[in-house]
Write a protein that binds this ligand. Structure first.
Ligand SMILES: Nc1ncnc2c1ncn2[C@@H]1O[C@H](COP(=O)(O)OP(=O)(O)O)[C@@H](O)[C@H]1O
Ligand SMILES: [Mg+2]
Length: 367
């Protein structure tokens, strides 16, 4: 039986160093939940705490109602998949999958049925008598997944399972993993640093930074209304502008203003703010209104054109990797060249406004 996971005020220290200062999150029974964040932010550390491979310095982790802090890893009924497949090279695919069941009280007949089922579910039944060395990376990862789920674990934990695969296979396998998880319905905690992978595979995502969860939510909700500027720039791209908020109007530094209706929180303080605009949320203004921008670089990508832009001094927040506008080729009248000046307006329903210290001021955004 699959379980819900409740992480409450957990702390992780390695010696004197605190990696996770105080983390709480609830993961629902049967959901595909992803821990997403830059390398070194503590994703693996948290996953290993759930698995039982790491001590928990404070706080509790529960599976449903049961506190599992003191339960050893092998008694937590967990399936795990890592980036290095950890399958046995000297055993056939079938024997690899059977391996997990050998230590369980399962009859020979039931073992055969369960292994047959799983091999079909992950679509490697036709390779069941092969040795792993004769499989592709994606197929080996399917074997690892089959071995993890054949034991009917309460929880499936996956740590960057696709990072050793090439780009095309990664895209194919993330679809396969999502389909398989939906079919078996096991509560899954998935770790990745790849925001695109997280967006397409997850029911919900927790965005982490330096051991602290920044936001929890569904992929579309997080993308549309990031809780802070870290999330806004880590998930997808956001251009960050200097702006002021006053009298119900958002005014960009060069004077362009737009009315945000009731998208802003009613208690947002007036004064200097940061406006986040995604590359696809600009549109060209034919009348010369909006923000004037110079094209620095044009990259044609087929479905859309990506422009790197330069704005007048003091328009933008400092220290941004790139300022981008993406133009939909399907509706574009023409493609602009470097050196040209264009005028851009923004979609007020899509803008995200943050306080100067980067916290969302939009209505209904919960961290
Ligand atoms: N066994 C360990 N001893 C000391 N520090 C560790 C250990 N494991 C991880 N760390 C540190 O904890 C931090 C988080 O690591 P990790 O959880 O592996 O990050 P992520 O999986 O998000 O890349 C890093 O700074 C890492 O160096
Ligand atoms: Mg890791």
């Amino acid at each position: 039986m699959s379980v819900s996971i409740h992480v409450e005020n957990v702390v992780k220290q390695y010696g004197p160093v605190t990696i996770i200062p105080d983390l709480s999150v609830d993961i629902r029974n049967g959901e595909f939940f992803t821990l997403l964040g830059p390398s070194g932010c503590g994703k693996t550390t948290l996953l290993r705490m759930i698995a039982g491979f790491n001590s928990i310095e404070a706080g509790t982790i529960r599976f449903d109602e049961q506190v599992i802090n003191a339960i050893p890893a092998h008694k937590r009924n967990i399936g795990m998949v890592f980036q290095n497949y950890a399958i046995f090279p000297h055993l056939t695919v079938r024997k690899n999958v059977e391996y997990g069941l050998q230590f369980r009280e399962v009859s020979k007949a039931e073992m055969a049925t369960r292994v047959d089922d799983i091999l079909k579910t992950v679509r490697i039944d036709e390779y069941q008598d092969r040795l792993p060395e004769r499989l592709s990376g994606g197929q080996q990862q399917r074997v690892a997944l089959a071995r993890a789920i054949v034991v009917h674990p309460s929880v499936l934990l996956m740590d960057e399972p696709l990072s050793n695969l090439d780009a095309k296979l990664r895209v194919e396998m993330r679809g396969a993993i999502r389909d398989i998880q939906k079919k078996v319905g096991i509560t899954t905690v998935y770790v990745t640093h790849d925001q695109e992978e997280a967006l397409c595979i997850s029911d919900r995502i927790a965005v982490m930074r330096e051991g602290v969860i920044q936001q929890v939510g569904g992929p579309q909700a997080i993308y549309a209304r990031p809780a802070n500027t870290f999330v806004a720039t880590f998930i997808g791209h956001s251009n960050l502008f200097n702006a002021t908020w006053s009298g119900g109007e958002l005014r960009f530094a060069p004077g362009y203003a737009c009315n945000l209706g009731d998208h802003m929180r009613s208690d947002a303080r007036e004064g200097r703010v940061v406006a986040g605009v995604r590359p696809e949320e600009f549109h060209l203004s034919d009348s010369g209104t909006g923000l004037a921008a110079r094209i620095v670089k044009t990259t044609f990508l087929g479905r859309y054109v990506n422009y790197e832009l330069a704005f007048a001094d003091a328009t933008l927040r400092p220290d941004q990797a790139a300022i981008e506008f993406s133009q939909d080729v399907g509706t574009a009248k023409r493609v602009f060249e470097p050196g040209e000046t264009i005028h851009l307006e923004v979609n007020p329903a899509k803008i995200n406004v943050f306080s100067e210290d980067g916290i969302s001021l939009m209505r209904g955004v919960a961290p």
